[in-house]
Design a protein around this ligand. Structure first.
Ligand code: ATP
Ligand code: MG
Length: 289
């Protein structure tokens, strides 16, 4: 893997001629750190408006996959074409260091002024207009001036979605945006992201340890485990046969009240312990640890 500070292509809505063109294409892609291969011979096309869930245990390469799309990591082999503006909701939040000193609108503004992964726009009024529009888009205007530290986890996550939308992305990368949210707020954040996807035909790559909150929206799953991967629809990938083959051990996938319950791969957060009575009683919601 070659590390680079290179950023993805410049921001801005795609021109009319780009409609329907893939927002990203991996061809025979390989990423490795020393002898550790995260994936090899990966082919994946991400189309406008597509929702792709990236699943896998800790350390399987989910964040690294997003970093490739961001241009922060370069493939060791194969090709990656990324042709559109990218919005990014990162897994770690450095700004949490001093949450009382930062207002919601300051956080959203980071997406505009290029201090981190923004697009380098100049001008206060333009910045304010973009921030206000992004705040309105996620319904966060009412608490935009409150210190971040006083806001709930769900409200903070809404602001992070707003930050990622300031670049008017054609591809939105979300790294575990549901972590530490309750079920209601998980649903709200997923619906917000899906709303953006439908309205602007924005493709979404969504890293998650829990597939059930996104299951109704997912077109494709990329499932990474120990240097191996599977790509397909949830019905193709989230099966007893496919996951058992991928993990190299016996995994059972069952549906309980429309939710997927994966039993037997304890290293993945979305899997459940088969001794857990919630997992084995039909009619009881289960499926996340
Ligand atoms: N720059 C790097 N240099 C060396 N190793 C790296 C680098 N970036 C990631 N790795 C390694 O690659 C593996 C995959 O890391 P990554 O952060 O992509 O995993 P992940 O699937 O996002 O895990 P988690 O679910 O814990 O967030 C890890 O073993 C990590 O230590
Ligand atoms: Mg990660």
């Amino acid at each position: 893997m070659a590390h680079t500070d290179h950023m993805p292509h410049s921001a801005g809505a795609p021109s009319a001629g780009d409609a329907g063109r893939p927002v990203a294409t991996f061809s025979h892609a390989r990423l490795a750190f020393g002898s550790r291969v995260l994936w090899d011979d990966l082919d994946l096309t991400i189309s406008p408006g597509e929702f792709i869930a990236v699943l896998g245990p800790n350390g399987s390469g989910k964040t690294s996959f997003l970093r490739c799309l961001l241009g922060q990591y370069h493939l060791d082999a194969g090709h990656l074409d990324v042709t559109h503006a990218i919005g990014y909701i990162p897994q770690q939040h450095a700004e949490d260091a001093d949450p009382m000193a930062l207002r919601g609108r300051d956080l959203v503004g980071f997406g505009v002024d290029g201090s981190r992964w923004g697009i380098g726009l100049r001008g206060r009024s333009r910045r304010k207009r973009l921030v206000d529009a992004a705040l309105a888009e996620v319904g966060a205007t009412a608490y935009a001036d409150a210190p971040l530290g006083l806001l709930s986890g769900g409200e903070q996550q809404r602001l992070r979605v707003a930050q990622a939308l300031t670049t008017d992305p054609s591809l939105l990368l979300c790294d575990e945006p549901l972590a530490s949210l309750d079920l209601t707020n998980q649903r709200l954040v997923v619906e917000l992201i899906d709303e953006r996807r439908r309205r602007a035909n924005t493709a979404v790559v969504f890293v998650t340890h829990e597939i059930n909150p996104v299951l109704p929206f997912v077109d494709k799953v990329l499932y990474l485990v120990g240097g191996q991967f599977r790509i397909g629809t949830p019905d193709e990938v989230m099966t007893t046969a496919t996951l058992s083959e991928l993990y190299g051990s016996e995994i059972e996938v069952v549906r309980v009240n429309g939710r997927l319950v994966v039993i037997g791969c304890e290293d993945a957060h979305h899997c459940v312990d088969e001794t857990d009575p919630l997992a084995t009683h039909p009619g009881v919601e289960a499926g996340h640890a």
